[in-house]
Design a protein around this ligand. Structure first.
Ligand code: AMP
Length: 279
């Protein structure tokens, strides 16, 4: 497994692969890897000849400096997880080359970024769209693999690729969960034992909320009941609990199109996000 820490090293390897006629799959991550990330690696391995995984805690997508400082960094453990998966190259860019002196360009997506996580994390999706565009251009990959866990991010990246005519195929992969239903996330390690025991209830409350709507409750009532239940269980502030159109992320008052229920809820100082497809 090769490791590239500069754009030049990365490009040299990828150009050789393309010259040999091999396709390249790419999995961007911020490290602190878990089985959710590894499921993307599996998908990339199945659909490409060579696989690049990037590890970069991108400073420009953190609107809260405390969140950036607290983000887990576990490079040695990450590399140990990737090696047996048969990853061909791990790209670990350094922030100085990523954001060299005078850096002034931003990729900013209208519309899709206003709601959900965009509403409470100003600038977050500009940071994501910009760094992912850079990573696409740097890797020159043919396919990129993203988790549906971050569904809004996935839709935003699809928009960027379509709008900027980037020659890469974006592939969404299902959310991996712990056995108790909690969506895997690098942030889960920050939960206390007590909070970790409560956390899976988010998925259960979301499931009940969906069934309530499917069995006749209005969306407004079902969401209100779910919020009350979350507070009773011990969750903190609910950033959002919303039914939205899966495609354009517009807020729904009734289920009349392919839809998802999206949630962002604080537990202690950890912000958990999840989304569930409505079958
Ligand atoms: P992150 O390291 O949090 O930036 O995530 C890197 C990629 O892994 C993103 O495409 C995420 O959507 C994806 N990912 C994170 N958690 C999960 C999960 N539980 N299941 C599937 N994909 C995930």
């Amino acid at each position: 497994m090769k490791i590239a820490r500069t754009i030049a090293q990365l490009r040299a390897v990828r150009k050789a692969w393309h010259k040999a006629g091999q396709t390249v799959g790419f999995v961007p991550t911020m490290g602190a890897l878990h089985k959710g990330h590894l499921s993307l690696v599996d998908a990339a391995k199945a659909k490409s000849d060579k696989v690049i995984v990037s590890i970069f805690v991108n400073p420009t997508q953190f609107n809260d400096p405390k969140d950036l400082a607290a983000y887990p960094r576990t490079e040695a453990a990450d590399l140990a997880m990737l090696k047996p998966m048969g990853v061909d190259l791990v790209y670990i860019p350094n922030a100085d080359e990523m954001y060299a002196d005078g850096f002034a360009t931003k990729v900013s997506v209208d519309g899709l970024t206003d709601c959900l996580c965009g509403a409470t994390r100003p600038g977050h999706f500009d940071g994501v769209a910009t760094v992912v565009t850079k990573l696409f251009l740097q890797t020159g990959a043919d396919k990129a693999f993203f988790g549906e866990k971050d569904f809004q991010q996935l839709q935003i990246i699809r928009r960027v690729v379509a709008d900027l005519n980037i020659d890469i195929k974006v592939i969404g992969c299902p959310t991996m969960r712990e056995e108790d239903g909690l969506a895997m996330s690098s942030r889960n390690v920050r939960l206390s034992e007590e909070a970790r025991a409560i956390a899976p209830s988010l998925r259960n409350v979301m499931g009940k909320c969906i069934i309530d709507v499917q069995t006749g409750k209005t969306i407004a009532d079902a969401v209100q009941d779910a919020k009350t239940r979350l507070a009773e269980i011990g969750f903190g502030k609910v950033d959002y609990l919303e039914f939205r159109d899966s495609k354009n992320l517009e807020l729904l008052e009734q289920l009349d199109c392919p839809a998802r229920l999206f949630a962002a809820v604080f537990l202690e100082d950890v912000r958990l996000i999840d989304n569930v497809e409505i079958k």
